[in-house]
Design a protein around this ligand. Structure first.
Ligand SMILES: [Mg+2]
Length: 361
């Protein structure tokens, strides 16, 4: 068996409203899709990145992976890691590898006529999720409608953005608590907007006044000492979470003593292959793992990793995944279930739906 074709495409989809978090504003999201074919079987994988990442796959990774055995994913993975040595195996390099690696996992499972979760070995049949959005660009009404909507849908955890205007954060968090009631866990994500002291101040305030249980990425991801300090001094009922900018296994190792929950993203951390390694590392450090964004892509690997606690059901990506793919599961009682009777990721790409958003690169 050989990987005979590797096609890459990029699609940019406008958001349904202006979106911002503590440190960034955006109005569109780009999905980079890889289709890997062996014989008559095609595997699909993707990352959320940009057209430059698509170009990197097309020019550098695709020619190297062609002709390799689709059963030998670690061999292809190692070759791709070696190829980006001079570019750096972080950011676009890691995201490009992720898209290819993810497509190879879908391909291999389809070639084996197994759902990916069964190929990996399931440890659970459903995956708890949390609703994620609550952008700082939203009005109070938008914020309450979105978070309250998830609670009505049966989700038991929701996350909102904070940090753009710290002085307004507490009243926004109160509004969110009012919308979801007292039986839903409320999370906040500051996307590195706070200083160390500011983060500690708001952690105590959010935990004490609104029972917020999770503070995500309050500081710059590189500020490991700051995260360790916050973990020691923050409220006991509030967990510190970080890891969405983890790319290689070493970076995850370095963050372990500054977080209560590790986050990882298979569209960034060198694909499902990298994600599985992070899962094992979390077990070794007795820390839970939470998948960042791209819920559809994480569903199968998360149901095969004992360290996983839940996955992020991110508003932007849910919209795009529903539009671009058939076979996208809907949440039931706050959980997603993989399709155990379909091979691979259990999804089919809808080219006609994606075509209007295609970008050249
Ligand atoms: Mg985040």
């Amino acid at each position: 068996m050989k990987i005979e074709e590797l096609r890459v495409a990029a699609y940019t989809v406008p958001t349904d409203a202006p979106e911002s978090d503590g440190t960034l504003c955006w109005d569109q999201t780009t999905l980079v899709l890889v289709q890997a074919r062996s014989g008559t079987t095609t595997g699909i994988g993707y990352t959320y990145a940009d057209t430059g990442t698509a170009r990197l796959i097309q020019d550098l990774l695709a020619p190297a992976v062609l002709g390799m055995d689709p059963m030998h994913i670690p061999e292809a993975w190692g070759k791709m890691i070696a190829l980006v040595r001079n570019l750096g195996c972080k950011g676009p390099g890691a995201m490009a590898i992720s898209a290819v690696d993810n497509a190879l996992w879908d391909l291999k499972a389809k070639l084996c006529s197994l759902p990916l979760v069964s190929l990996l070995g399931a440890c659970r049949k459903t995956l708890p999720i949390y609703g994620s959005g609550g952008f700082t660009s939203y009005s109070k009404e938008q914020l309450q409608r979105q978070l309250g909507g998830w609670a009505e849908q049966g989700l038991t955890r929701v996350k909102m953005k904070v940090g753009r205007h710290p002085g307004l954060d507490l009243q926004r968090v109160h509004a969110a608590r009012e919308a979801v009631g007292n039986n839903v866990e409320l999370f906040v994500d500051a996307n590195s907007a706070y200083s160390r002291k500011q983060a500690l101040y708001y952690m105590k305030l959010f935990a004490g006044e609104c029972d917020v249980r999770w503070m995500e990425q309050p500081l710059a991801p590189e500020d490991r000492a700051g995260m360790r300090w916050l973990r020691e001094h923050g409220p006991a009922r509030m967990e510190l979470a970080d890891g969405e900018y983890g790319y290689g296994l070493s970076s995850f190792r370095e963050m372990m003593d500054g977080v209560d929950v590790v986050m990882a993203d298979a569209t960034r951390c060198c694909g499902i292959t990298g994600f599985l390694k992070v899962g094992a590392l979390c077990e070794a450090f007795h820390l839970p793992l939470s998948a960042h964004c791209a819920p559809l892509l994480h569903l199968h690997p998360c149901c095969a990793l004992p360290a996983v606690r839940h996955a992020e059901y991110f508003h932007d990506h849910v919209r795009i995944e529903r539009l671009f793919f058939d076979g996208v599961p809907e949440p039931v009682h706050g959980e997603l279930a993989p399709n155990f009777s379909a091979p691979g990721l259990g999804i089919a790409f809808r080219p006609e739906a994606a075509e209007p958003f295609r970008q050249s690169f």
